[in-house]
Design a protein around this ligand. Structure first.
Ligand code: NAD
Ligand code: COI
Length: 332
C-alpha cells in the first residue's frame, strides 16, 4: 500500500519516518510542497493523500484525484474552510481532518497573547529597541484577573481557552451559535454575539472561517466592545474586517489586537515562502500599529500538536484501508 504526504516539513519528516519503521508494509512518499492539481500526479498509485496547508483544495485537484483513483484526502489540521466540499463530493473523494490534535496548545497561546497585550509588551519591546526605556517604564498595564473575557465559539479550542482564563481569575463569557451542552458553573453563556461583545474587555475568536462567519467582527460589532478592549484572532483571518479593526485601533477605541491569522494570508503566502519582504499594504498597516501583535499562523505549533497531526492523519488512512471508513471524516 502506498501513501503520499504533501506539505511535509523537516520536523514532520522525522515523525513520518518513525511511523514508517513500524509499518513496513506501507510505502510512504514524503513531499515538501503543498498539494495542488499540478503536482497530484506524484501520488499516482496511492491509497490516499495526507496533506497540510492553508492553500486551497479545489475542484481541479479533486477531479484529478478521481482520475488517478485516489479516493481519500486526510488533512493533518483542524480547519476545513480551504476545501471545496461540493467538488470533493462530486468527484467521490472522502476527506478527514484531525479535529483535536492539541486544543490546549492553542488555548495556551491565546493566554500568552492576552498577557502580552494587557502588559503592553508590543509597545514596550519597540520602545526598548529604540532606547526609549523611560517612556517604556511609563506604560501602565492591566491585570487579567480584572478583565471580562469573551470567548466566541465554544468548541474544542474555545472551551479550553475559556477554562484557562477562568483559572487565571478572569470573568469569562462565551457565545456559541450551535452549542447545546450545559453551562459550566464558572462561565456565562451569552445568547448572542452583540451581548457578549458589549461586556468583553478582551474578545477571542474560536469559530471556523466558513463563508457564513465572514467579517463576524465588522465595524458595527467592533463598536459594541467597551473602550480599550483587546481583540485576539487565532481562528481565521476572514472573521475580522481588517480595515475596520485598524480604524478602531487608530482612533483609540480598541486597546490592542493580536492577529495570528491574517485576513489576506493567501495573498502574502508567496512572499512568506520565498522569505521576501511582505508588501501587502493592509499587512504593513497592521504591523505598523504600536499595540498590535502579529504572528504567522503558529498558534497550533507545539511538539504535541505536530506529532498528533501526523499520527492521526495516518490513522485515518489506515482505517480507510482496513474497513473503508475514515476515523474522523469531514463533509463541510
Ligand atoms: P470546533 O469545531 O471544535 O469549534 C468551533 C465552534 O464554533 C463550534 O462549537 C461551533 O458551534 C461554533 N460556531 C461556528 N460558527 C459560529 C458563530 N457564527 N458564532 C458562534 N459560534 C460559532 O473547532 P475548534 O477545534 O475549536 O477550532 C476552531 C477554529 O480554530 C478552526 O476552525 C480553525 O479555523 C482554527 N484553528 C486555528 C489554529 C491556528 O494555528 N491558528 C489551529 C487550529 C484551529
Ligand atoms: C488548523 O489546524 O486549522 C490550523 O489553523 C493550523 C494551520 C497551520 C493549518
Amino acid at each position: 500500500m502506498k501513501i503520499t504526504a504533501y506539505g511535509v516539513s523537516t520536523e514532520e519528516q522525522r515523525i513520518f519516518e518513525k511511523w514508517q519503521a513500524t509499518h513496513p508494509d506501507v510505502t510512504l512518499q514524503l513531499l515538501p510542497d503543498w498539494l495542488t492539481a499540478a503536482n497530484v500526479d506524484l501520488a499516482a498509485g496511492s491509497l490516499g493523500i495526507s496533506a497540510f496547508q492553508t492553500g486551497q483544495y479545489d475542484a481541479a485537484l479533486f477531479e484529478k484525484m478521481a482520475r488517478l483513483q485516489i479516493p481519500v484526502l486526510a488533512i493533518r489540521n483542524v480547519g476545513t474552510d480551504n476545501i471545496d466540499f461540493p467538488a470533493a463530493a462530486q468527484a467521490g473523494i472522502q476527506i478527514s481532518n484531525v479535529p483535536s490534535y492539541s486544543p490546549a496548545g492553542i488555548a495556551e497561546y491565546v493566554v500568552a497573547l492576552a498577557l502580552q497585550l494587557l502588559r503592553r509588551l508590543p509597545e514596550v519591546t519597540t520602545l526598548v529597541a529604540a532606547d526609549q526605556l523611560l517612556t517604556a517604564r511609563g506604560l501602565t498595564g492591566r491585570e487579567l484577573s480584572r478583565q471580562t473575557v469573551g470567548v466566541v465559539g465554544f468548541g474544542h479550542i474555545g472551551q479550553l481557552t475559556a477554562k484557562l482564563f477562568h483559572q487565571m481569575g478572569a470573568r469569562v463569557l462565551a457565545y456559541d451559535a450551535y452549542y447545546h451542552g450545559a453551562e459550566p458553573t464558572w462561565l456565562r453563556l451569552m445568547p448572542d454575539l452583540p451581548s457578549l461583545l458589549a461586556e468583553s474587555n478582551l474578545v477571542t475568536l474560536h469559530v471556523p472561517g466558513v463563508p457564513a462567519n465572514h467579517h463576524l467582527l465588522n465595524a458595527t460589532n467592533l463598536a459594541l466592545l467597551p473602550a480599550e478592549a483587546l481583540v485576539i484572532n487565532t481562528a481565521r483571518g476572514n472573521l475580522i474586517d481588517t480595515p475596520a479593526l485598524i480604524a478602531a485601533l487608530k482612533k483609540g477605541a480598541l486597546g490592542g489586537a493580536a492577529i495570528d491569522t491574517f485576513e489576506r494570508e493567501d495573498q502574502i503566502e508567496p512572499a512568506v515562502q520565498q522569505q521576501r519582504p511582505i508588501t501587502d499594504p493592509l499587512y504593513r498597516e497592521l504591523l505598523a500599529l504600536p499595540n498590535v501583535l502579529v504572528t504567522p499562523h503558529i498558534a497550533y505549533h507545539t511538539n504535541v500538536a505536530v506529532e498528533n497531526m501526523v499520527q492521526d492523519s495516518l490513522a485515518n488512512l489506515l482505517a480507510y484501508a482496513s474497513n473503508g471508513q475514515l476515523q474522523t471524516p469531514v463533509t463541510h
